[in-house]
Design a binder for this molecule. Structure first.
Ligand code: GDP
Ligand code: ZN
Length: 293
């Protein structure tokens, strides 16, 4: 009999719950040699398995991964939904940019979800949105409270494996509850959140929103340090820098004070947002510091 394929939603005590391609749930154990080869099966892994009987199976192999995140470990995340409140708490642009660079450098497509638009004027929300739309990102304006933008968010998640990231209190749980009320995720007032040390060692599970739409039950990156990025590559993780950098005089231009730098010119005339460029310079400095020590 041929092998079936599916996606691992969670591991529990040596078994893995695998959603097959037709919506069935198979409880699988790994073939013995996988343990010998020290292969770790992660939530999000696509696997090939042999079907036994009554919803049981044996995982034969892990299919090639498109991406892997560690701490906490999860495979094949397609997109990172960076969630920021428009207010309460105020947006932290450096954090948004950092999460986007982390996603880009891990081969994951970031998008921005601006939540709590009910708390600000249209202008305030749109100004924030424009900064990121002009950089080249998809931006959704939502209010989990009023139900605004939820259909658009559901559509953006369809058929993909996503992870939500962003500061505590931005409304990540509220947005997921708005998409699928039966989840009943716990939400809490901003001041009540401890925000630190949540679930970093715990195993990740995929939450199924609908058939084919999954969200990791972890706020993405627990570690916000940018390391392992070559300083020459940093610009390529800012789409608005990436698409202009071939116009700089020097191919190794770091866009700081080099002559005929197309990025400095674009910042000068307002085509690249100052806040985005400031984040770029800050991250560049961090990467240089990390290299020295
Ligand atoms: P998380 O830490 O990112 O998961 O944030 P929560 O979903 O727990 O939300 C934090 C607080 O913000 C809760 O008190 C929510 O009720 C509130 N909240 C979430 N979304 C909205 C929204 O769109 N508008 C307003 N006004 N409050 C919201
Ligand atoms: Zn340059």
């Amino acid at each position: 009999m041929g092998l079936a394929t599916g996606i691992v939603l969670r591991g529990t005590g040596g078994f893995y719950d695998v959603r097959d391609d037709y919506g069935g749930m198979i409880r699988c154990r790994p073939r013995g040699r996988m343990r010998l080869d020290n292969l770790t099966i992660l939530a999000g892994d696509r696997v090939a398995y042999t079907l036994l009987e009554q919803g049981l199976g044996v995982i034969e192999e892990i299919l090639p991964r498109r991406s892997v995140l560690t701490r906490p470990s999860v495979a094949n995340i397609d997109q990172l939904i960076v969630v920021s409140a428009c207010a309460r708490p105020n947006p932290q642009l450096t954090l948004i940019d950092r999460l986007m660079v982390l996603a880009e450098s891990n081969g994951i497509e970031p998008m921005l979800c601006l939540n709590k638009i009910d708390l600000v004027t249209n202008d305030v929300a749109q100004n924030l949105a424009t900064t990121y739309e002009r950089a080249g990102y998809e931006v959704l304006k939502c209010s989990a409270k009023m139900g605004t933008g939820i259909d658009e968010l559901r559509l953006a998640l369809m058929g993909r494996v996503s992870s939500f990231a962003g500061p505590s209190g931005a409304g990540k749980s509220s947005l997921l509850n708005a998409i699928k009320p039966t989840l009943s995720l716990v939400t809490s007032a901003v001041s009540e959140k401890t925000g630190r040390g949540r679930q970093t060692t715990r195993q990740v599970e995929l939450i199924e929103l609908e058939h084919g739409s999954y969200v990791a039950d972890t706020p993405g990156f627990s570690q916000l340090q940018l390391d392992g990025i070559d300083i020459l590559d940093l610009g390529s993780y800012f789409p608005e820098i990436d698409r202009r950098s071939s116009d700089c005089r020097f191919s190794s231009c770091l866009h700081r004070s080099e002559p005929d730098c197309s990025i400095l010119e674009a910042v000068e005339v307002g085509e690249i947002a100052q806040s985005r460029f400031d984040s770029y310079l800050l991250f560049l400095e961090e990467l240089e510091q990390a290299r020295i020590y």
